[in-house]
Design a protein around this ligand. Structure first.
Ligand code: PAF
Length: 282
């Protein structure tokens, strides 16, 4: 497999986008923060199937981290990421530094108001402003026909969809199902933080979601009972709840009664590591 071209400046990214469009070719973008795993590889494969040119951005975006969060210790392995991109047939890797994305004088941010309010948005103030801002920049630079995101960050996916629609960016935002480890743990770069027994305890997030799903299939529709099933699994594994919620899959508004397309989301701390997961109920 040929190594992808590595671009580090906004100018180079815009030039590739322009050349691709001029040639009448389709471009698909996979935005990432690096430390790529099999879940990302699945996103790249989807991008490959949908476009002539596949670009992957690798940028740990500082504006989406709160002051007490893990920006400075976010895991990275650029050589490994490049190898994974080459293997997946990626054409372009965009790896800018912070100055490229936020040069001196930068003062514009993007806010997707309502969708950013609850869930992770409530627990991580400013997080989705940072995500929306950097994704809007990436969409402006690459003008991709499609952009591929994982459903693990379900709220992020809805925020990005809204952003593309509201700003008339014309990017088709594609959400891909969560890829899981053999025991159900959702794949995430942050799983690298889990030490020893924490890795086993982390299964509780998915086990709780599954337990709630079983109860729904058996006829339970009261949110309190379904959320209770998730909480029970968290408690049993000593995972500290950040939130558990049953929401409408499009608006993310909490539901008074479970329905098949409802989305059940959980965030919890396994030791110091915050993990998220979600499932469709039906
Ligand atoms: O999901 C991520 O890795 C990031 O939030 C994203 C979309 C690349 C924006 O920095």
């Amino acid at each position: 497999m040929a190594a992808p071209a590595v671009l580090t400046t906004a100018r180079e990214a815009a030039d590739i986008a322009e050349a691709t469009r001029r040639a009448g070719r389709r471009l698909s973008l996979v935005p990432t923060m690096g430390y790529l795993h099999a879940g990302h590889v699945r996103l790249m494969a989807e991008a490959r199937a949908r476009a002539d040119v596949v670009a992957v951005s690798i940028f740990v975006n500082p504006t989406q981290f709160g002051p007490a969060e893990d920006l400075s210790r976010y895991p990275s392995d650029f050589a490994g990421d490049l190898a994974a991109c080459a293997q997946a047939g990626v054409d372009v890797v965009f790896h800018p530094d912070v100055q490229q994305m936020y040069p001196a004088g930068h003062q514009t941010s993007v806010e997707v108001a309502e969708l950013s309010r609850g869930l992770c948005g409530e627990r991580r103030p400013g997080h989705f402003r940072g995500v929306a801002t950097v994704v809007a920049q990436l969409f402006s630079l690459f003008r991709p026909h499609t952009a591929i995101f994982g459903e693990k960050d379900y709220q992020q996916l809805q925020v990005v969809r809204r952003l593309s629609t509201d700003l008339h960016l014309g990017v088709e935002v594609v959400g891909m199902p969560i890829l899981r480890e053999a025991d159900g743990l959702a794949m995430s770069s942050r799983n690298a933080y889990l030490k020893g027994a924490e890795r086993t305890r982390a299964r509780a997030l998915f086990m709780g979601l599954e337990a709630a799903r079983v109860r729904f299939r058996e006829g339970t529709v009261e949110p309190a009972l379904l959320l209770g099933a998730v909480r029970e699994a968290l408690r049993a594994a000593d995972v500290r709840e950040d939130y558990v919620a049953l929401v409408d899959p499009d608006t993310l508004v909490p539901l008074a009664r479970a329905v098949p397309r409802a989305r059940l989301l959980v965030a919890g701390f396994v030791g110091a590591t915050r993990l998220i997961d979600n499932v469709e109920l039906g």
